[in-house]
Every structure is written in structure tokens, then in C-alpha cells.
Ligand binder design. Sequence first.
Ligand SMILES: [Zn+2]
Length: 144
Amino acid sequence: MRKIITTPCPHCQQPFLPRRRNQRYCSDECRVEANNAVAKERYATAKQSTPQLEALRQQVQYLKQQLAALTNPVVDQPVVIRVVKESKDILLYEGRRYKRGPFVGRIDLGVRLDPGVGLLMPGNTILYPDDSARNTHFNYLLQP
Ligand SMILES: [Zn+2]
């Protein structure tokens, strides 16, 4: 006597007789609904912000900045710019860090550099006033 094997549908739980060997669901309807439920759950999980996702976002942001620094067109004449002084040794300009380098003595630039204003020089360095009254400056170098 041949045994009739039925199997429960993983979506509607109703037992059914498979017509094909690899048939998992009782009907096309159940198969489509089950697949939609999986897709919905994957979408909901992907939408949640996890610490890993946040770390990845920050890493992408950092890499973008690095790329921008590498592809930044090098100025061929000094350009007056606004900078942010992060610390005694670090200037920020367009999201990039410049570290204080050599001291530059008294020079006449033809422009007055007040605190917060620097001169972007050829070679990606920034000339920034040490003491604007005495016209002394420091050279800040772009950090890799
Ligand atoms: Zn079913």
C-alpha cells in the first residue's frame, strides 16, 4: 500500500499534498505572502540604526574627507580663508586638520590676517597669525 505523504504549509500551517518534489508551500498565494513577509522584516531590520551601522557611516564620512583632501586642487596663489582653531596646534579648514609647523617671522603679506582668518598657500599649508599686531605667523601643514 502506497503511503500518502502530506506536509504542513510553512505559511498557513494547512497540511497539503505536494505536486512537485521541492514544493514548500501549499499554493502560489502562500509562497508570495511568505516571501513578502521575509522582505518586510529584512527592510525593517535594515532601517534600524545600529551602533555598527553608525560606525560604518562615520567611517564612510572619514574616507570621503580623506578622498577630498587627496583630490583637493592645489592652489597656485595664496587665498584668504576662514579657519577654525581647534586647539593651540590644530586648525580646521573645510573639515580637514592642519597641524602647526614652523614659525614664520615678521612678514608683510599685503593683507591683514586677524584671528580666524588664514592664508591658504600653495602646497596645502595655511599661514595663520601668531600675533597679528607684530605680523608673525605659523605655518600649518595639512594632516594626512
Ligand atoms: Zn499555505
